[in-house]
Design a protein around this ligand. Structure first.
Ligand SMILES: Cc1cc2nc3c(=O)[nH]c(=O)nc-3n(C[C@H](O)[C@H](O)[C@H](O)COP(=O)(O)OP(=O)(O)OC[C@H]3O[C@@H](n4cnc5c(N)ncnc54)[C@H](O)[C@@H]3O)c2cc1C
Length: 348
């Protein structure tokens, strides 16, 4: 029987189980809640290590760590006590459901609404491109909870709220996964909310302040560039494995040095973003994503060429890595939006 996209677009059950059992899901969660109490350097390393082996699972982990960090920063005492131990132990996997068709990069003009309901909120709408859809146990959902005013925000808009929505909430259903060119086992797809009723306790950080929370994300030091670095390391692994068998010429050695230098530069910028010790850590995170994603696409292209005809085989891993690498520029904040966010600060 042919497997359906719903099955093939997910990570294998074994790899999800191994991720849940690994302890790595608790990387940024404080020790008091059962986590490892790690900082952004450790978060980026964990993401890179996993992405090197499995880029699709790398973005699943990235989203889980991002949601964990937002709850740690903005959660109430009760939310932290109820949710963080589950996220740390791997009992719960978390995902971000912010994007929509027609409200992609900048997260404006959301059609998912949150209306006040007795003692809480009712959420209705469809979120798109949710990584971990159908395997996550908790979604951090972005919804329009009041009319947006005059917006000067580049990313998100006024009147938006982030909600903690357990997957088991009545009215929540997972739609189809998207048939992407890369990141093919990341369970990226749509999540529908059909009048999901939630208590006010499930609001993260307060009603109407999502844009403030979103603005602070980059300050955390965690960067999607860490996924790119893992992919670049994996491309290097492909080259090394090939040349160990095929041997190298002097000309190849020189090309290898250039490739190694690029890889080293990507490592450096991810490390610097995670350390948060530059003059403007938020901008450094945006640079790290821009630089690491662009360099990794080039590293993959160089690796493909270094492998010669072996790298032209459709089944060769380096080609899947090149397709995975392209995804990072498209993920939020998209590379265009990173440029907009940096340059808007210059002209403000
Ligand atoms: C592999 C993958 C995984 C993803 N996982 C998630 C996830 O887990 N959760 C989630 O919520 N979303 C996720 N997304 C969605 C992602 O975060 C982006 O929101 C989405 O890809 C943007 O869609 P778009 O390119 O169609 O944007 P559009 O908004 O249609 O923009 C089109 C183009 O215009 C540019 N653009 C738009 N607005 C601006 C602006 N203000 N300034 C400068 N340039 C602009 C964009 O960068 C893009 O190049 C994922 C996407 C991918 C590819």
């Amino acid at each position: 029987m042919t497997a359906t996209l719903q099955e093939t677009a997910r990570p294998s059950a074994e790899s999800v189980a191994a991720l849940r059992a690994s302890g790595v899901l608790g990387t940024v969660i404080p020790r008091v809640y059962g986590g490892r109490g790690g900082d952004a350097v450790q978060a980026n390393r964990a993401v890179t290590d996993l992405a090197r082996r499995d880029p699709s699972l790398g973005i699943v982990l990235f989203q889980h760590l991002a949601v964990s960090a937002r709850i740690t920063e903005w959660g109430t005492v009760a939310q932290k006590a109820a949710i963080l131990p589950r996220l740390a132990s791997g009992e719960w996997l978390a995902a971000s459901a912010w994007s929509e068709t027609g409200a992609g990069a900048a997260k404006k003009s959301l059609t998912t609404t949150a209306e006040q309901h007795t003692g809480g909120w009712a959420l209705t709408g469809t979120k798109a491109f949710v990584t971990g859809a159908g395997i996550a146990d908790l979604y951090l959902v972005l919804a329009q909870s009041e009319q947006s005013g005059d917006d000067d925000t580049v990313y998100g808009s006024s009147g938006q709220t982030l909600f903690l929505v357990p997957a088991a909430t009545p009215g929540l259903s997972v739609g189809s996964h998207v048939d992407m060119d890369g990141m093919r086992r990341s369970a990226t797809g749509s999540v529908r909310l059909n009048g999901c009723v939630l208590p006010s306790d499930n609001v993260l950080g307060g009603a109407g302040i999502a844009a403030t929370i979103i603005r602070g994300v980059r300050e955390s030091g965690a960067t999607l560039g860490a996924v790119s670095l893992g992919i670049a390391e994996a491309a290097w692994d492909c080259v090394e494995a090939h040349l160990a068998k095929a041997g190298t010429s002097q000309a190849t050695q020189y090309r290898l040095v250039d490739l190694a230098a690029r890889l080293e530069a990507v490592r450096g910028c991810i490390e610097r973003a995670g350390r948060r010790d530059s003059a403007n850590p938020g901008t450094t995170v945006l640079y790290s994503k821009l630089f690491a994603s662009a360099e990794t696409e080039e590293i993959c292209a160089q690796a493909q060429r270094l492998l010669g005809s072996a790298g032209y085989l459709q089944s060769h891993r380096v080609n899947a890595l090149a397709r995975d690498a392209r995804a990072i520029a498209l993920m939020g904040p998209t590379n265009e939006l990173c440029r907009e966010l940096v340059s808007a600060a210059w002209t403000a």
